[in-house]
Write a protein that binds this ligand. Structure first.
Ligand SMILES: [Zn+2]
Length: 72
């Protein structure tokens, strides 16, 4: 019988997916179930919502966001 992933990893992955769904222009999920910021090309800790919010408010991220929107 296949047990799949431990509960903790599963809920972690669903968190990542929720962030990706909400901010699909900014994040993607890696194969390892990590939250990857496509604007900054960096892995973002998603353990706490605070970490993601903090990253989104960082200067680097906001600069990348504005340069992306200016490309149109
Ligand atoms: Zn970023």
């Amino acid at each position: 019988m296949r047990t799949g992933m431990p509960k903790e990893a599963e809920s972690s992955l669903s968190k990542v997916r929720a962030y990706v769904a909400r901010y699909h222009a900014e994040f993607m999920a890696t194969a390892r179930g990590e939250l990857f910021c496509t604007l900054c090309s960096t892995i973002v800790s998603h353990d706490r919502k605070f970490s993601v919010d903090k990253h989104r408010q960082s200067t680097k991220h906001r600069k990348a966001m504005s340069s992306t929107s200016q490309q149109r």
